[in-house]
Design a protein around this ligand. Structure first.
Ligand code: COA
Length: 207
């Protein structure tokens, strides 16, 4: 894949997908607009306590299109990588069903080579291991394609589901950051987690 070297990028997100046994991950497409708005609308009440404040137009087509433009730019400039998560179609005449999203944000190169994770899952698809599978796929992508050295994640202290998820995949708790990120209109403390990707790969080979 050569999106990082391509200086004269066509403003379209790369057309590829990462396939797992139950889910696939791929960059958002313009035609995802309707399904994305439906899914985010259904999850508004559930997700708002965990996310930066939703703007007044956060469920509008214009917001989605602005978001895609930003994601294209960030991808092309090696700043952030955005994915949507889909459950495989149950039969040949169905489409894969959108169930969430995952981003590798704040990619820092030079001597750092890390990125920060953000993720969310449809409330009705939780407790089934979908996000654990997605996280593992993103770890492989980060190591093999982006050549990152480390992934970071920060979690609200009472977000047990997210903390369990990170620990089960192999992240370690590394610290506490006071008033770290503005979530739902409040500057909130976060617990910091990290994963050294080479260590993860070595532990996979021992299984
Ligand atoms: C954080 C979040 C993605 C975690 O979702 P989740 O459903 O708990 O995570 P998974 O999809 O990996 O499912 C794991 C659960 O499924 C269970 N499970 C069921 N079948 C499974 C399978 N085949 N494989 C793995 N786990 C399975 C696991 O036991 C686990 O449950 P447990 O934690 O009670 O033991 C979700 O709660 C969310 O979107 N929260 C709101 C937004 C948010 O917090 N984002 C992160 C900000 S830091």
């Amino acid at each position: 894949m050569n999106w990082m070297e391509d200086q004269h990028f066509d403003p379209v997100l790369p057309d590829f997908e990462i396939r797992g046994s139950r889910i696939l991950l791929r960059p958002p497409k313009v035609q995802d607009e309707g399904e994305w708005i439906d899914l985010r609308s259904r999850n508004k009440e559930y997700l708002t306590p965990f996310e930066p404040a939703w703007s007044r137009d956060a469920l509008s087509p214009a917001f989605f299109q602005r978001r895609i433009i930003r994601q294209r730019r960030d991808w092309a400039q090696d700043r952030a990588y955005s994915f949507l998560i889909f459950r495989h179609a149950a039969s040949a005449d169905e489409k894969p069903k959108m169930i969430g999203g995952m981003n590798i944000n704040n990619v820092c190169r030079g001597a750092a080579q890390f990125g920060s994770l953000g993720y969310w899952l449809d409330e009705w698809h939780q407790g089934q291991g979908y996000m654990r599978a997605a996280l593992r796929m993103i770890i492989y992508f980060s190591y093999n394609e982006l050549k990152l050295h480390r992934l970071n994640a920060s979690v609200l202290p009472d977000n047990d589901k997210s903390q369990n998820l990170l620990l089960r995949v192999g992240f370690e708790e590394e610290g506490f950051a006071k008033s770290y990120i503005e979530i739902n209109n409040l500057w909130q403390d976060h617990i910091l987690y990290g994963l050294v990707l080479r260590d993860f790969m070595e532990s996979e080979q021992q299984i």
